[in-house]
Design a protein around this ligand. Structure first.
Ligand code: TYM
Length: 332
């Protein structure tokens, strides 16, 4: 039986925070030895909004270093840069031609980005079709992501189904795999909103994966909570801040919720924050140390990315060839 195929990606568009780690990367690590994983740095998605070329180039290597430092192992997982595998762009074009524009205009991420930006590129509207190409080229079974990507993965399924109906069975239908805890980590300074890469530099918003202990301490100490006293998990939007701290504690300690509530019974929010700081500092320390070691040797990172692109091409190109045959391109 073939191993389950896993595909996921992150945009090199800002500083990675613990939401990206807890919602996505942590899931990638869990079964990397038993599944066939493709983990992409989606630079073509990043340029759907303006990017400084030099900064983008630097961030691609930095993101590769984060993947590796977090524990992705190139012996088991394929780590590569999207633009190094041209099949993604070609497959995107073919899929564009079976995707109704109405499906794209309904995407919530497009609507919110379009509202913020002064001018909206065609690439921004087309973003989810490129994401569908990413996923479908690898016959992906599972797409481990945070909650905000659910709609995009569902659209990939819809596009796959439509192509299969029009041209015959071609694509596996992918499933989003969204963790029950950690799928939507909230901003520490504004717990009604999710933690976001584009705001990760704003003081107090996020703990970034490579923050120094002092920065982590300050952010968690200042985290917005409520005027209550009880330390309990809860869905109540007024208690979103405290629930967020508890979820981060849960995920970094691996303890179950009941044990955590018993542990903090009768204690104040200050105690939770103090313990959480220690837990997060210790969890991120090895990642930060490995990250800086890796970045000191960019040639090694580039070599891993080149090898990853070669492995990815070996899967994506035959799939693209099949797509081309199905739609009627002349193959000479
Ligand atoms: P991106 O770069 O915005 O985010 C990367 C991953 O982090 C998750 N995430 C979060 N999880 C929990 N709490 C949060 N506050 C939080 N913020 C972000 C995201 O859900 C995501 O899993 N479109 C994708 C990139 C992409 C992709 C793909 C993903 C392109 N092609 C194919 C999967 C498969 C994106 O912008 O992710």
């Amino acid at each position: 039986m073939r191993k389950k195929r896993v595909f996921s990606g992150i945009q090199p568009s800002g500083t990675l925070h613990i939401g990206n780690y807890l919602g996505a990367i942590r899931q990638w690590l869990v079964e990397q030895k038993y599944k066939e994983g493709y983990f992409c740095i989606v630079d073509m998605h990043a340029i759907t909004v303006p990017q400084d070329p030099e900064i983008l180039r630097r961030r691609v290597r930095e993101l590769a270093a984060v993947y590796l430092a977090s524990g992705l192992d190139p012996r088991y997982s394929t780590i590569f840069v999207q633009s190094h595998v041209p099949a993604h762009a070609e497959a995107c074009w073919i899929l564009n031609c079976v995707t109704p524009v109405g499906w794209l205009e309904r995407m919530t991420q497009y609507k919110s980005k379009a509202q913020q930006g002064a001018s909206v590129s065609a690439g921004l509207l087309d973003y989810p079709v490129l994401q569908a190409a990413d996923i479908l080229l690898y016959d992906t079974d599972e797409v481990p992501v945070g909650e905000d990507q659910k709609q995009h993965v569902e659209l990939s399924r819809d596009i796959a189904q439509r192509f299969n109906r029009l041209y015959g069975e071609t694509f596996v239908l992918p499933e989003a795999v969204i963790p029950t805890s950690g799928s939507r980590i909230r901003a520490f300074n504004e717990p009604s909103r999710k933690m976001s890469k584009s705001e990760a530099q704003i003081r107090g918003h996020a703990v970034n994966l490579i923050d120094e202990p002092d920065e982590i301490r300050l952010t968690i100490q200042q985290a917005v909570t409520d005027s209550g006293r009880e330390i309990l998990f809860s869905d109540d939007p007024h208690r979103a801040g405290i629930n967020n701290l508890l979820e981060v504690y849960e995920l970094f300690t691996g303890l179950d919720r009941q044990a955590i509530e018993v542990h903090f019974a009768g204690k104040g929010y200050g105690v939770l924050k103090k313990e959480l700081i220690e837990v997060v500092v210790e969890a991120l320390r090895p990642i930060r140390e490995r990250y800086y070691k890796l970045l000191a040797n960019p040639a090694e990172i580039d070599q891993i990315l080149r090898a990853g692109a070669e492995k990815a091409r070996a899967v994506a190109e035959p799939k693209l060839f099949q797509m081309k045959k199905r739609v009627g391109f002349l193959i000479t």
